[in-house]
Design a protein around this ligand. Structure first.
Ligand SMILES: Nc1ncnc2c1ncn2[C@@H]1O[C@H](COP(=O)(O)OP(=O)(O)OP(=O)(O)O)[C@@H](O)[C@H]1O
Ligand SMILES: Cc1ncc(C[n+]2csc(CCOP(=O)(O)O)c2C)c(N)n1
Ligand SMILES: [Mg+2]
Length: 313
């Protein structure tokens, strides 16, 4: 168990309010006066979530995107954001961060409604927090996947993981992949449209395999992931080749901020129609079975699970 999951399990003992949903979901779901408020809070830290060399505008954008991605997973429409800022000691850097933060809020129609600003000790790592609030009529959660359901994913995976390696100078490759790392797009509209059709949904922040395992655990089922069906972009295939290694890296690198969801087979057509209407890419990458845990396969034949299924703090 990672330090992160062990710490969350200490909190789970007393987070018994129904809104906490056992701390197993992407966001809290608080019912107030007959309406459902979805709440999430994410922090991003220098050298953990972003690089010191990333443009400050992109870091501001990323803070918004990673939070709104948790709202997307709950099918919520953003209502507002609160932001926690540590002054960096460089006023131009701070201005550029605010610019990117504002551009992202405008793009995803999420008003800034408050926050807090402090000065951190000189030389400490930059870190920023945001609370996002949204409203949802249906918020699927992770616990409703049932045997026989299809397992779906939106977008392409692994682009941000490769982009991070390019940004770090470990490999050279197209800027498009670096952009996927620096400027993820939360799938808000897709999440809102899919929410009434799916049995479970979450966003992929830590990696397809680790997140699929979490979804399966929350639902008390087994998830089967087919490596051949892991959606890869042309840019990624062009750089890394269309191999098992590329699919495994794409399924474990994280930072994708795409949606992972399950739905009964009878909903296939309706799901594809929504994706077509939104011009969104979706791919059926496996299925849900009775049992527990995660199974990884290639062309139907079992593959050993990679040593690391994804990111854990
Ligand atoms: N310090 C904390 N206090 C209260 N709840 C927490 C804390 N840290 C995590 N949680 C809760 O634990 C659950 C899992 O948190 P986590 O940040 O891993 O969310 P996630 O959606 O799986 O990942 P991501 O935020 O990357 O999308 C969530 O319900 C979250 O609200
Ligand atoms: C500089 C740098 N090194 C590594 C990574 C990879 N990474 C860090 S946290 C995370 C999961 C999402 O975070 P959380 O679980 O906190 O929401 C991933 C995939 C990165 N983004 N930047
Ligand atoms: Mg999440």
């Amino acid at each position: 168990m990672s330090d992160e999951s062990s710490f969350i399990s200490h909190l789970q003992v007393f987070a018994t309010h129904p809104a906490a949903r056992g701390l197993t979901d992407d966001a809290a779901s608080l019912t107030l006066g007959g309406r459902t408020l979805i709440l999430t809070h994410d922090v991003i830290v220098e050298n953990v979530h972003f690089l010191p060399s990333d443009p400050p505008e992109d870091i501001g954008w990323k803070l918004v995107a990673v939070n709104l991605s948790d709202l997307a997973a709950e099918g919520a429409k953003p209502s507002g954001a609160l932001m926690a800022y540590n002054l960096s000691g460089d006023t131009e850097w701070d201005r550029r961060f605010a610019e990117g933060f504002g551009v992202a809020l405008a793009r995803f129609q999420c008003p800034l409604i408050g926050g807090d600003t402090v000065r951190a000790p000189l030389g400490s790592a930059r870190q920023f927090g945001m609370t996002a609030l949204g409203e949802a009529e249906n918020s699927p959660g992770r616990s409703g996947a049932a045997p026989g359901d299809d397992l779906w994913v939106s977008g392409t995976l692994g682009d941000a993981g490769a982009g991070l390696r390019i940004a770090r100078g470990e490999i050279s490759g197209p800027q498009e992949l670096v952009e996927a790392y620096r400027r993820p797009t939360p799938q808000l509209e897709l999440g809102q449209r899919l929410a009434p059709m799916v049995s479970a949904m979450m966003d992929i922040s830590d990696g397809l395999l680790i997140d699929a395992k979490r979804l399966a655990e929350a639902s008390g089922v087994a998830a089967i992931v087919e490596s051949i069906d892991v959606p890869l972009s042309e840019a990624l295939v062009g750089l890394m080749g269309d191999s098992r290694e590329t699919s495994v890296a794409a399924a474990t690198s994280g930072d994708d901020y795409e949606l992972l969801f399950t739905a009964p087979r009878r909903s296939r057509r309706a799901i594809e129609t929504v994706a077509e209407e939104l011009n969104a890419r979706i791919q059926c990458i496996g299925l849900v079975e009775q049992g527990e845990g995660l199974k990884f396969q290639e062309g139907g034949r079992p593959l050993p699970l990679p040593q690391s299924l994804g990111w854990a703090h």
